[in-house]
Ligand binder design. Sequence first.
Ligand code: AMP
Ligand code: MG
Length: 348
Amino acid sequence: MNTIRADMTKSIDPDLMVLAGSIIRSGGLVAFPTETVYGLGGNALDPEASRRIYAAKGRPSDNPLIVHIADLGSLSRIVSRIPDSALALADAFWPGPLTMILPRSSEVPSETTGGLDTVAVRMPSHPVALELIRKSGGYIAAPSANTSGRPSPTRAQHVYDDLNGRIDMIIDGGPVGIGIESTIIDLTEEVPMVLRPGFISIDMLRAVVGEVRMDPGLRADDPSFRPKAPGMKYRHYAPKASLIIVEGEENAVRARIEELAREAEENGGLAGIIATDEDASSYTHGIVRSAGTRSDEITISRTLFGILREFDDLHVSVIYSEAFDTPQLGTAIMNRLLKAAGHQVILV
Ligand code: AMP
Ligand code: MG
């Protein structure tokens, strides 16, 4: 299959957008930018399109997709009940990086929901995403546009590297703003529960709906403690080399990573180091990449997955990362980093 590349980095191309919409309406797949990561879109109401999404990604079919809508009026067709909490959260955070789990209506094929009787819904804020949803009939099922298991794509090139020849079109909207996937909140329980942390923090959610719990499975590195979001049980975001997080007091972390990178070199290997603007220049071994500055956390979330992919391309033998327990986004960033590392952490 020839994959069309549509450049919309500067502005939306109306003709290509109509073409993208017609591809999705006729059952094809289009990758597109959102404010979180790039998504791989297909018609959410077409079971065959959902099957194609799983096949293109190599994704297990029990890992449900998120349905993307462009206006609140579209919600009632795909859910069987809209709790007040959903309206309050939509009012506060939509369009934006929040996904809500709601009871599904019979209009949503079970292929899209991985066989569940609930459906994940989000209204993205990226103008290209919103326009594509409108041109496609209003309901786009989209997981992240990466090969299953690899770091999520934060640039069109990442999508191209994974899916060229496997999908109909890639819309390039430039690098994304947030860089990690949406917060997922389950509203089908008595007390809303966060199934995946993201840019919208638990405190921001509590300010709108009161009590909110964090899925206990999220914090555990014990595999018997299953997170409730089916996808969270799979290894995710993993770079090819083994990734190890070094956590503790700043100077001790730097010293240990420096020592580990030197050891890797002595053994004929090459370490990739994930540091910050504050200390990247202090390392003298390995290949060092700064994820951004601790004083502007979003630079870290925006950069992280791209660095993991770059280290794949550079064929490093091992990756050491500083921990990023930053105040607002730390929970979400560390959730992705710990999963990418398979929970390998050295405490210093
Ligand atoms: P991705 O689109 O790659 O970010 O993956 C979507 C995430 O949403 C996965 O972790 C899914 O398990 C989760 N998800 C989607 N639908 C549901 C649902 N109905 N209930 C719980 N989690 C869901
Ligand atoms: Mg994903």
